[in-house]
Design a protein around this ligand. Structure first.
Ligand code: CU
Ligand code: CU
Length: 337
């Protein structure tokens, strides 16, 4: 049976009957492919799935998610911020390739990747560093890297196509400080981004942010059956991953999340936190913040969140588009003393 055979609607619908008996078993690919349906109307089915999967039922080792507990650490935990030292060179190497990216057990997305992952690696520098990113294209299609932020037109990733087997070095002073991102900018752009060519770019302020437990979350989606709609959603690449493996944080220290939305095909995505509130710094470019528990981001938008957890325990975070939650964009913090 084809591994790309089912649609977004079938995935949601198929989870309902199985959930009644065993909350987690219904998410298996076999159950999905059998196309089980209940007798209810469309809205009833979606509501049932949301209530069953989205909240409470789905946490821990039994959750179907790809890989082991530390597989995505390199995409979750950013390298440390370095102190301000104008002119220091920060070097990164990104290689574009093609391959299968397992989004959900048994579901392999034919991805285009920077350094073999979706999203690509975290790039971090301090404002005033000279950021030097060597880009090599080991795929069969032309690609570029377009960074958000301030840089010369010649470093914008728009005019210089990097063909298969070619390379290009991007070099510019890092700035302004904030949470930024990068992505391929070759036409059709929608396809080149949707295939997985994007990642987080953190620029630290000259005066360092207070120390915190720092995390990066890149929100994305996958159209695994090619029908123009996403079938799965995630943070940092794998559906349900941090529901299976909650992110452990300490109550005593601020949790700082660098959040970016690289979802294609859906106009917006969002982050919602249970049981607490966060300071929201839009784009992270100023000290101005609001205090909320939900933030909505359009494509390419990003922000910095700071949480001071009041309580210990497991707290859910997920898209507040509940359908995205049901399709993989959900996780838990495990707050400990
Ligand atoms: Cu919720
Ligand atoms: Cu591209």
């Amino acid at each position: 049976m084809s591994k790309h055979l089912f649609t977004r609607r079938q995935l949601i619908v198929s989870t309902i009957p199985a959930l009644a008996a065993a909350p987690l078993a219904g998410l298996g690919v076999a159950g999905v492919a059998q196309g089980q349906t209940s007798g209810h109307g469309d809205h009833g089915e979606a509501d049932a799935a949301g209530a069953g999967i989205g909240h409470g039922a789905m946490i821990g080792e039994a959750v179907p998610a790809v890989g082991g507990p530390n597989d995505l650490d390199v995409l979750l935990y950013p390298p440390e911020a370095l102190p301000h030292a104008p002119g220091r060179v920060r070097e990164y190497e990104l290689v574009a390739s093609e391959g299968e990216w397992e989004v959900f057990p048994g579901i392999h997305f034919p991805a285009w990747m920077y350094n073999g992952t979706v999203p690509g690696p975290i790039v971090r520098a301090t404002e005033g560093d000279l950021l030097r990113v060597r880009f090599a294209n080991a795929s069969r299609h032309p690609h570029t890297i377009h960074f958000h932020g301030i840089h010369p037109a010649s470093m914008d990733g728009v005019f210089e196509l990097v063909g298969p087997g070619e390379s290009f070095t991007y070099e510019f002073p890092a700035g302004p400080y904030g949470m930024h991102l990068y992505h391929c900018h070759v036409s059709p752009i929608k396809k080149h981004i949707q295939k997985g060519l994007y990642g987080a770019l953190i620029i630290d302020p000259p005066r360092p942010r207070p120390s915190a437990q720092e995390l990066v979350m890149v929100m994305n989606g996958y159209d695994t059956d090619g029908d123009g709609a996403n079938n799965f959603y995630s943070v940092n690449g794998r559906a349900f991953y941090h529901a299976k493996y909650p992110i452990r944080v300490r109550r005593s220290q601020t949790v700082r999340i660098y959040l970016a939305n690289l979802t294609e095909l859906d106009l917006i995505n969002s982050f919602h936190l249970h049981g607490d509130m966060f300071r929201l710094y839009r784009t992270g470019t100023t000290d101005v913040h609001e205090y909320t528990d939900t933030v909505m981001l359009c494509q390419g938008e990003r922000c910095i969140l700071e949480i001071d957890f009041a309580n210990t325990g497991h707290f859910m975070f997920h898209a507040h588009q509940s359908e995205f939650t049901d399709l993989g964009w959900t996780g838990f913090f495990e707050v400990v003393d």
